[in-house]
Design a protein around this ligand. Structure first.
Ligand code: CO
Length: 679
């Protein structure tokens, strides 16, 4: 059988029509999912897929990956888009080509194992709405985490593609854990589970071309279902890896349309089509059609997303990935997170910490959610550990992993770390060894109750069940119960043009325009503060609305000097700083950036006597474990903060009574914001 797939190079007679290949290579396009997930932080909007949707349907793809992975999260969190609507909308334009989604096994499209009832409902709804192929993976390659979703995929009459996450023990295929035997064994397990195809998921682009040859050949010999390769370009090897995989007889490859290709994404389709033209694996795709799709993307779509491209370096490849093994999407999150924490200088330390944490946690493959779990813990270790103590701040997810809630790690977890993580763990200090979801209580009925009156169907409930904090916030936006913030609104090409104009003007030093800001009316609870900045003196009014205080107005009290505002060239935020009388103090020297005058939370710190619990990192408040008036002991958990998708239990810095709580569940907080005060 593998002979049949082998590439024969035949000389093309270009005067004749292009002959049809005996065994065309099948292609899945991943532009609509992994493409923008890898390059543009999953910010691609449905409206920007529609202009090429019908043309994509004409190409002849094996499937289009349109959903899953981080799309569900990013859509409801950042784009104010209902994730379910994306499948329904695209189905109206794409009628012939099958849709595939990336399903994280029992993690579904989230970051933990969900209960069986949620998993069943989710897969059933996804199939119902138009997902045809379920590319299913488990971050630990523990296929017990497939046992609930696979029967639902099969009952829905859909294609179950089983994944093997590709990881390495050292630099190349082989070694103690991730050797050829490991992958062959996993492929056989998947075939036993009735996989319709098997995907090798090389999420970080670690697969070397000759390893691909050996691996694909071994898998083709070991199992009879089609072999599909998903290899990211990150390290620069993927195009070569593709070619060697084709020579070894791979059946299906993943590619992107050119503007969404390369970098941390996938090899682009065009060059591959040309490479195979005239061989027995010719895709048969029309290169002109591909070019016209690329042109629309390039001209009409990509300008809106360009600002998200990491343009901090010239190279489009990163061979460091061969050392740290962090997938592309994760890498940009990690850098962003460190930047927001003012700790970008610690990046090298985090890179050095990663392999240690990975080994401690059982040499896990670095794929969602394990990549986030390992990366966040590495950041925590670098930022909070000292010579005396390692793993000072252990995330909830690391504790869950140590308990066995994600499944079985490829090698055992470091027992010392495991013991430390499970100290006072609510479910018990002895780890489980069964299929993780067996210890999870059903969750769906509770979720239905929680969003009763807000959710109108099961799909709404699932958004909440998967993402309680941001999901609920989205449902409030969706049903007009809350106004979505400006930043979740789409950008138009006009916005982009206007922005570029502004940047141009700013660079030329000609920028003085400024949008009017609406000043809220002063309420009864307004308190006034005097603030001194250099020689200037301001009167500042602060008023508390609901849970969190807001700065109501800042008035320059001494002199009113109309000056040109300083311009910070920030392509994403075109607003500049010269305000009408109220919004911001105008500094005297135009060349200097405006100094931060006061922030609400810092004010709270000075206002309430006691020990502040400051946020160690930017994030979203999941919930407070204590209320105002409760007593706490040093080290007791006060608040759960979500950062980089991971939950951190923040301990009380002192013993005493909770004097004030400054935020509420769902609020975004910056680093050093005072979350509460203990007195
Ligand atoms: Co991928």
């Amino acid at each position: 059988m593998s002979d049949h797939n082998q590439v024969k190079i035949t000389t093309m007679d270009f005067s004749k029509e292009r002959p049809k290949a005996e065994n065309p290579l099948k292609i899945q396009d991943v532009t609509f999912r992994d493409g923008h997930q890898s390059l543009f932080a999953t910010r691609g909007r449905t409206e920007d897929m529609i202009p090429i949707a019908e043309m994509m349907d004409e190409v002849g793809f094996w499937a289009l990956e349109t959903w899953g992975g981080a799309t569900f999260d990013a859509m409801h969190r950042f784009l104010n888009e209902d994730p379910w609507e994306r499948i329904k909308t695209l189905k109206r334009y794409i009628k012939k080509t099958r849709f595939s989604m990336l399903l994280r096994g029992q993690n579904l499209v989230g970051y933990r194992n969900y209960a069986d009832d949620v998993a069943r409902a989710f897969v059933e709804r996804a199939a119902h709405n138009g997902i045809d192929i379920f590319r299913t993976f488990d971050a630990l390659n523990d296929y017990r985490n497939f046992e609930t979703v696979v029967p639902v995929i099969k009952e829905s009459g859909k294609h179950f593609q089983g994944c093997i996450c590709y990881s390495l023990t050292k630099r190349r295929l082989g070694g103690k854990v991730y050797n050829l035997e490991y992958y062959v064994k996993k492929a056989k397990e998947l075939e036993t589970m009735k996989a319709d195809s098997i995907c090798i998921k090389d999420m970080a682009g670690l697969m070397a071309p000759y390893d691909a040859y050996v691996l694909v050949k071994a898998l083709k010999d070991a199992v009879s279902v089609p072999i599909h390769l998903h290899s990211h370009f990150t390290s620069g090897m993927a195009s070569m890896t593709h070619l060697k995989a084709i020579e070894a007889g791979v059946d299906i490859l993943d590619t992107c349309m050119s503007p969404y290709g390369f970098r941390t994404s996938h090899p682009a389709l065009g060059p591959l089509v040309m490479t195979l033209m005239g061989t027995n694996r010719d895709t048969g795709f029309d290169i002109k059609l591909l070019a016209s799709i690329n042109e629309i993307l390039e001209r009409e779509i990509l300008p809106k997303y360009r600002y998200l491209l990491d343009d901090t370096k010239v190279s489009i490849i990163d061979t460091n990935v061969l050392v740290h093994q962090i997938p592309g999407g994760m890498l940009s999150n990690l850098v962003n997170q460190l930047r927001e924490m003012d700790a970008l200088d610690k990046l090298d330390k985090v890179y050095a910490e990663l392999p240690k944490v990975r080994e401690d946690l059982g040499q896990v493959p670095l794929v969602t959610p394990m990549s986030q779990i390992v990366a966040t813990q590495s950041i925590n270790n670098v930022l909070f550990d000292d010579e005396k103590e390692r793993y000072k701040m252990i995330t909830a997810q690391v504790k869950d992993l140590c308990y066995g809630l994600y499944g079985k790690t490829p090698v055992p977890i470091n027992p010392k770390i495991q013991k430390k993580a499970l100290k006072d763990y609510p479910k018990g200090e002895k780890p489980i060894t069964c299929r993780p979801a067996e210890v999870l209580e059903p969750e769906l009925d509770k979720a239905k109750e929680d969003v009763n009156g807000l959710a109108t169907d099961l799909e709404d409930v699932l958004i909440y069940a998967l993402y309680p904090v941001t999901g609920k916030r989205f449902l409030k936006w969706k049903y007009g119960k809350e106004e979505p913030p400006e930043k979740v609104m789409p950008r138009t090409l006009e916005d982009v043009k206007a922005e570029q104009e502004l940047i141009k003007k700013a660079l030329a030093g000609k920028l003085i325009e400024k949008k009017e800001k609406v000043v809220p009316s002063k309420g009864n609870n307004l308190r006034k503060f005097n603030v001194f900045v250099d020689d200037e003196y301001f009167e500042v009014g602060v008023e508390e609305i609901g849970g969190s205080p807001i700065v109501s107005y800042i008035q320059q009290a001494q002199r009113q000097i109309p000056v040109q505002a300083p311009v910070t060239v920030a392509p994403t935020v075109p607003q500049t700083a010269q305000g009408p009388q109220a919004a911001q103090p105008a500094p005297e020297k135009p060349a200097e950036p405006a100094k931060p005058v006061i922030t609400a939370s810092k004010k709270m710190e000075s206002d309430t006597k006691g020990t502040p619990l400051k946020s160690p990192m930017p994030g979203i408040i999941v919930n407070y474990k204590k209320q105002v008036g409760d007593s706490v002991n040093t080290g007791e958990t006060v608040v759960i903060l979500e950062a980089m998708k991971m939950e951190n239990a923040l301990p009380s810095p002192a013993s005493g009574i909770i004097k004030s709580i400054n935020f509420a569940s769902g609020d975004s907080v910056a680093r050093n914001d005072v979350l509460c005060v203990i007195g």
